[in-house]
Structures are given as C-alpha cells and as structure tokens.
Design a protein around this ligand. Structure first.
Ligand code: PLP
Length: 664
C-alpha cells in the first residue's frame, strides 16, 4: 500500500503579536481583518465569530453563514456572489443625500442630477434597484456603448432624470440617442471626439430632432491611482481647448447653439486624493464658464466618476483608499464649482456625477470555499532506512535540534546552505529521492522552528521576517480569479478578504489563496495590511475537514462584468438578498441565478452539446464493439458525460464529501 503523506498539525503559535491562545477575542478579529475600517458600517463580526452584513448600516444584521445555509437548502453551493439589494439602495440614497446636503449648506442655486454608469455593473437586478432607489432624486443613467444605451432607454422612465451618452459612437448609437429625445427623454450626447460632431448634426437633421449635447473636456489635471490614464494630455477621450473652440464655432454656424448643455470630464476611477478632484473640478468649471461666455445656454457640469471606495479602510490617499468621504466629496464638488462660477459671474450649473464604483462596490460579497491545501511542511513517509547515512541529512537534523547552540539567524543560514547542498547532491545522483524528500522536510521544519523567538532574544533579525511568507500555505479555493476578481489579477487591486466564520478563534495559519484555474497567476497573494500597505499572506484557520468559507468583499463594481472565461469556469451562482423584518433571520433570498453550466459555456465557443454527445457515443460504441468496454459500462460512461455537460463548471467540494463519507 502506498503510504499516505501526512501534514503535521498546523502551527499553534499565534500569527499576530499576541501569544496566549485563549486571549483571542472578537475585537482581535475585527482589528486583524479591519471590518470596521473598510466596512463603512456595513460589515461586522457577531459574538459567535461569524461575519454579518448590515445592508442599511443600522441595527439590522444578516449573518452570511445563514445565507449560505439557506442557499444550500435551495441546492446552491459556493462559489457565489451574494448581492445585498438594500445596500445598493443605501448607497444611492447616501450619494444623493450628500449632494442635497452640500447644495443646501453652500446655498447653491443648482440641483444635483446624478447618473449611474451602467458599465460598472450591468446586471438587470442591480440596474433596476438603482433606478428604483434613485427615483425620488431624479437619478439617471450613463451609457458608454450602444448595448448599454439600449438598456438605459428601455429602463429609463423619469423625464426629469438624465441619460448621458459617452463613449465612441457610430451612426446607430447617435440615432438611438436621438430616438430617446423623440420620446421626451433628456438624452445628452457627449461629444468625445471632434469627428462625432458632423455625424450628430447630419442624423439630427434626418431625424428632425433637436439634440442635447455635451462636450467631454481633456483636462490637464491628471488623475491619480491605478486608473489615472483616463485623464491628462495622453487621454484617449475628450477634446482639447482648440478642438472645443472649433466645435463651438461649428455648432453656432449650424444653428445648434442651443443644443450645447453640458461639460463633462472623467479623470479616472478610484481617485484616492480629494485634492485631485478639487483641481479637476476647478479646471472643468473654467471650461464651463468659458462656454457660457461664448453664448451657449449650458446648464450641466458633469464631474464624471472617480469617487473612491476605501478598500483598505485606511482613509488615506493610498491607491486602495480615499482621503475623503462621500459627503466631503459632494461638498468639495459643489463648493468649487460655486467659487469658480462666482468669480466668473456665471450662473451655477446643475451638477452631474457618474459615480459607479462608490454606488455598487460594497453590495456584493464573493463567497468561496476552501477545496484543498498545499503545504511545504508535509512530513514524507518514513525514509530513515535510505537516508540515515547521508551527512547532509544528519547535519540538517543537527540544525533542527540546534546541537551547536547557534542563534536563529545562524541556523537559518546553515539550513539554507544544507538545503542547497542536498539539491546539488540529488542532481548529481548522490542523494536518492527519499533522501531529498527528507532534506526538504527537515529544512521546512527548521524554518517553522525558527519562527519562535528564543527566550533570551532581544531583537528580531530582519532577515527572518521572510519566514512567514516562505512558510505560508496555499488554500486552494473553488473559484477563478479571472472570472470573479479580474482587477486583482490585471492591476493588483486589493480587496478585503476574511474568513466568514470561526472569528472567535485565533487564526493560526498564514495562507495565500489559489484558485482552481490551471494558471499560476490565478491566486490572491497580496492582502491589505494597514501598516505595510499589503502583506503576502492572510492569517486563516486550520482546516478540519468541514467547509471553510472565505469572503472577498467590496466586489460589486466591475468584477462581475469584466471577468473572462479562462479555463471555462464562467459565472458563479448568485443570490439576491433582501432585508425582511418578519423573517426569523432577518432576510430572504429573493432570487437566485444559477452559475454557468458546462454546456452553456461550450456553446459560447461554438461547441454544440448534441454534436459532442454524438462524437463521444461513436467512440464508446467503437470501444464496445471491440470489447474494450462492456455495453453496460458504455451506457454508464455516456450518461456520465451527458450529465456533466448539464452540470456546473466549478468543483464539487472534496473536503465536504470526505467529511460526509466519514460521517462527520
Ligand atoms: N464615467 C466614465 C466616462 C467612465 O469612464 C467611468 C469609469 O471609468 C465612470 C464614469 C465610472 O467611474 P467610477 O466607477 O470611478 O465612479
């Protein structure tokens, strides 16, 4: 029988600076995972150590484990996105209330007419919730493409709210926008390229519609953070001052002076520093006043997106954070426009913002289940017989036992040297496989040992700081980074990550999370850390054969929609959760959306389910005819294949299956 490799128990010493295992409290969990800092009042840990969501940032709390349990009863398993619809409403209200308060406190004579940029999350239930929550505020929609405009026109009902059309436009896009005008909607076509003007004038004449137009200005004020390239002189969108003058002249000449109503800018998403926003608003307000002075009626200044999300909770100008609140943002936008308009003696515009990330990021939690773990500290089967006489093994054993009474740093150096020696001996054929296995295992045991300071040690050698990273385990999680966290892979965006339960116990295992794609980049190995900005592992709990759930938070913006089909995993299951006071646990799952089936995904890439089944059947029939497969077995194989085609793409949890088998 092949000996089964065993893992030593997970290290029991603390991974935080507290050492007594029993001193762990919920407050420690809060401090470690920072729920209160990045959670904005929406996330906390209950007395049982489970993560709860407060969709409206009030006393009503939903335990995520209860949602997972109810989903399981409905036959849905992680990975899934849990959407808190009330949280979306709360964000829409907060933004609109913030602008209303700013307008009141600054005695500003214009109004706020925000729009939701559909590109940030196009899911119907999300867009509908936003439109519904925004109705009292005349909150509108922004589209960046023809398909998005088709959604916007169909869902938009409020004649007092705006539909803003950004992005590259062909004749059909322009005609569609003008169709919206015919229906009495305030559809504003934003001129992003000089070449669009001719087409807009021509199609407006053909359709006999008076268009409403805006101009996207190319500000020199550059954005900041990961998405700063949307602004500055190299930006791909917007008109320069000479181009704006030329468009202005052209519109006047064509008798369309009254059409120009809006100035728009967008300096990039997730602007961490309020100073950047202030500067951009002032520059754009100057463009606005300039166009008023050229005789255009105007009326709207659109400050685009960029309102941040404090992903790390540090409240700083670091790229994962923001050094301002939604309320401060609104106040600064309003106050700066007011100041510029006053100084130019121009009536203030209505303010438009296209905040997407800030509206939808917090509402969605990605729940993943740990499927397996990869540890360097595996103890190989007994190898003493083959390796006992090899000096390098003996020396490693001596280092482990610290026979020479060396300090930790010296032992670390010696162990590294001996490990290299063992590798060379193996490559040259002087150490067999069992010997190499033992050398490696000893090396990692020494490293584990070196993590605990000596009693008389008065300083921590800097070099040994690497040990936590070297020894971090890999928790294999049933999801795809490329599908569900594309910005983490594509631009190193950090998201808060935390276990969803056991937070009343000290997490004693440092681990990175790896996904199930066959791509070594499919991992999360960079986590938020308020002291160091980021850290290469996350303290987690040891696995005990029962399901272990991890949440990735604030993922409701961009991640859903930009994910790709790497390895054909496709969309995860979705749960749409509402608060419900009458329900025992305070919530109900209003809707579930099944994640991708294998055959759905195969059809995207032109594989026909029936054709695949036919081809399989032909091969199974041949195998049956040649007696390689018995007929009954052939039928079973064919059924198995066909069932898998209808089945889910993600893995069936192995830990849970094993626990079930063992009757746990
Ligand atoms: N408006 C425009 C023109 C954009 O390109 C974007 C996204 O980058 C947004 C609005 C949304 O930005 P955010 O999600 O930062 O609010």
């Amino acid at each position: 029988m092949v000996p089964v490799p065993t893992f030593p128990p997970h290290p029991t010493h603390a991974v935080t600076n507290k050492t007594a295992a029993d001193s762990w409290t919920i407050a420690d969990a809060n401090a470690l995972y920072n729920f209160e800092k990045w959670g904005g009042g929406h996330f906390n840990v209950d007395e049982k150590g489970a993560v709860c969501v407060n969709p409206r940032a009030d006393h009503r709390s939903i335990r995520l484990l209860d949602v997972i349990k109810e989903a399981a009863e409905m036959g849905l398993k992680p990975p899934f996105s849990i959407r808190f619809q009330d949280l979306i409403r709360h964000r829409v209200e907060r933004l609109n209330d913030a602008f209303a308060a700013a307008i009141k406190s600054e005695a500003y004579e214009g109004e706020y007419r925000g729009v939701f940029p559909i590109k940030v999350n196009q899911l119907r239930e999300v867009v509908e919730e936003i439109i519904d929550a925004g109705e009292p505020y005349h909150y509108g929609i922004e589209a960046g493409s023809k398909p998005e405009l088709m959604i916007a026109l169909a869902l938009h009902r409020d004649a007092s709210s705006l539909v803003i059309c950004n992005g590259y436009k062909d004749d059909e896009y322009i005609r569609l926008a003008l169709l919206g005008r015919k229906l009495g909607k305030q559809v504003i076509i934003v001129i992003e390229q000089h070449s669009e003007v001719e087409a807009i004038i021509r199609i407006a004449r053909e359709e006999k519609v008076e268009p409403l137009l805006g101009i996207r200005v190319k500000l020199v004020t550059a954005g900041e953070g990961k998405w700063a390239e949307s602004s500055g002189e190299e930006a791909k969108f917007g008109l320069t001052a000479p181009e704006i003058m030329s468009v202005a002249e052209h519109l006047k000449k064509e008798g369309l002076k009254n059409a120009l109503r809006l100035v728009h800018f967008h300096i990039g998403s997730q602007v961490p520093n309020i100073l950047t926003i202030k500067k951009a608003v002032v520059e754009a307000a100057r463009f606005y006043c300039g166009l008023v002075k050229l005789g255009f009626p105007m009326g709207f200044l659109d400050v685009g997106g960029g309102l941040g999300v404090d992903y790390d909770g540090s409240c700083t100008a670091y790229e994962s954070s923001m050094n301002y609140t939604v309320e401060q943002y609104a106040r600064d936008v309003v106050a700066n426009i007011l100041e510029v308009c006053r100084s130019a003696d121009v009536a203030v515009p209505n303010v438009v913002s296209e905040s997407g990330r800030a509206i939808v990021a917090p509402h969605s939690v990605l729940v993943v289940e740990v499927f397996d773990r990869i540890s360097k500290t595996m103890i190989p089967p007994d190898t003493r017989k083959s390796a006992k006489d090899v000096p390098v093994i003996k020396e490693l054993k001596d280092i482990l036992a610290n026979k020479r009474k060396l300090n930790r740093q010296e032992r670390f150096h010696d162990a590294g040297q001996k490990k290299e020696e063992a590798y060379s001996l193996f490559t040259l054929g002087y150490l067999d496989l069992a010997g190499r296995a033992q050398a490696e295992a000893l090396y990692w045991r020494i490293c584990q040992d070196l993590r605990t300071p000596e009693p008389d040690e008065d300083f921590e050698p800097e070099e040994l700081g690497i040990l936590d990273k070297l020894l971090a385990e890999q928790y294999v999680c049933n999801f795809s980074v490329f599908q569900s966290l594309i910005d983490h892979w594509a631009c190193d965006q950090l998201f808060p990550v935390a276990p969803l339960h056991h937070l009343d116990k000290r997490p004693t295992v440092n681990a990175t999370l790896v996904d199930i794609t066959c791509d070594s980049e499919g991992k999360i190995s960079n986590f938020i850390d308020l002291e160091e900005d980021s850290r290469p592992y996350l303290p987690l709990h040891p696995l005990d054969g029962k399901p272990y759930y991890i949440g990735v938070f604030l993922v409701g913006a961009y991640q859903d929609i930009m994910g790709d089909l790497h390895n054909l995993f496709g969309r995860v299951n979705e749960l749409h959760v509402f608060l419900e006071d009458d329900e025992e646990d305070g919530f109900f799952i209003e809707e579930t959306i099944n994640g991708s089936n294998v055959c759905d995904l195969l059809s995207y890439i032109q594989f026909d389910e029936r054709e695949l089944c036919r081809q399989m059947k032909r091969q199974i029939d041949d195998a049956t005819k040649s007696d390689r497969v018995k007929p009954r077995e052939g039928v079973r194989l064919q059924n198995f294949y066909e069932d898998l085609l209808k089945g889910k793409t993600y893995l069936k949890p192995r830990l849970a299956a094993e626990a079930k088998k063992k009757g746990k």
